[in-house]
Ligand binder design. Sequence first.
Ligand code: GDP
Length: 196
Amino acid sequence: MDVHNVEMVMSAVSAAQYPTDGKPEIALVGRSNVGKSSLTNTLIQRKNFARTSSQPGKTQTLNFYNVEDQLYFVDVPGYGYAKVSKKQREAFGHMIEEYITSRKQLRGVISLVDARHDPSADDIAMYEWLHYYNIPILVVATKSDKISKSKFNKFEANIKRTLGFDAAESSFQFFSSETKYGKDQVWAWIEAHMAM
Ligand code: GDP
């Protein structure tokens, strides 16, 4: 999709605040610092639209971006801060559980992992949980410019094995916001799932 218009329409902490116009939604999840803002900015052809690296302790909200009046990107706050309190963790868990399990407009989730590392325990839990709820998942391995293409197969196999990746139900894509590698493939997945 060639994106010209995007606006942040809503920061929501509960279902009563979600948009009501029924556009399809694609959610983006990943631990903080994985490159979620950078991916979002690349997809919407902006340098600095999505905030980068939100701080722990700040109000954690679901941010709805209206993209070309055709869909919403739903930016889910980054998980996996070491310093987040048990109470914050529970509030976050409740918010995303409510969204993921009840949102009819949700067409799929882009789950970001760092291409260079083994998926974390939180990454694995998120993948298993989304898969349990039969949500279509695109696993995007970010920062792929930091590994050589000759190692892609090895890294992909390792990420998939660690996640318990279900190839029949989920898709996988390397991505780099530096080189834009994978951008077209991520958009193709989004567009295919918007229509579902
Ligand atoms: P977020 O916290 O998940 O939104 O992560 P950001 O998008 O803010 O990225 C975290 C850090 O990783 C920043 O310093 C980015 O410049 C860097 N980063 C993000 N994506 C890439 C990428 O594709 N390649 C490289 N080399 N660095 C990246």
